[in-house]
Ligand binder design. Structure first.
Ligand SMILES: [Zn+2]
Length: 77
């Protein structure tokens, strides 16, 4: 999916947020990364497999496990 060289981090990589934006919609508050992740401007993320990552602030630099939210839980955004 990623057309870049060297390839960007995959969606499952710890640094997946470093992937490049291939479709930005700041007016709608989300961006599509080239690894298939949809990143929201509240720093929440939607993974290609349908899993969601809860919003986390950029100041939150220490990686930590986040609860997996079923897609239905984020449908009402
Ligand atoms: Zn890429």
């Amino acid at each position: 999916m990623c057309p870049h060289s060297p390839p960007c981090p995959s969606a499952s990589a710890p640094d997946h947020e470093a992937a490049r934006i291939v479709a930005g919609h700041p007016e709608q508050g989300w961006s599509l990364l080239c690894n298939g992740i949809v990143m929201f401007d509240d720093t929440g993320e939607l993974l290609p497999g349908g899993d969601a990552i809860a919003p986390h602030r950029p100041t939150d630099l220490v990686p930590r496990p986040v609860p997996v939210v079923p897609p239905v839980a984020v449908a009402g955004r």
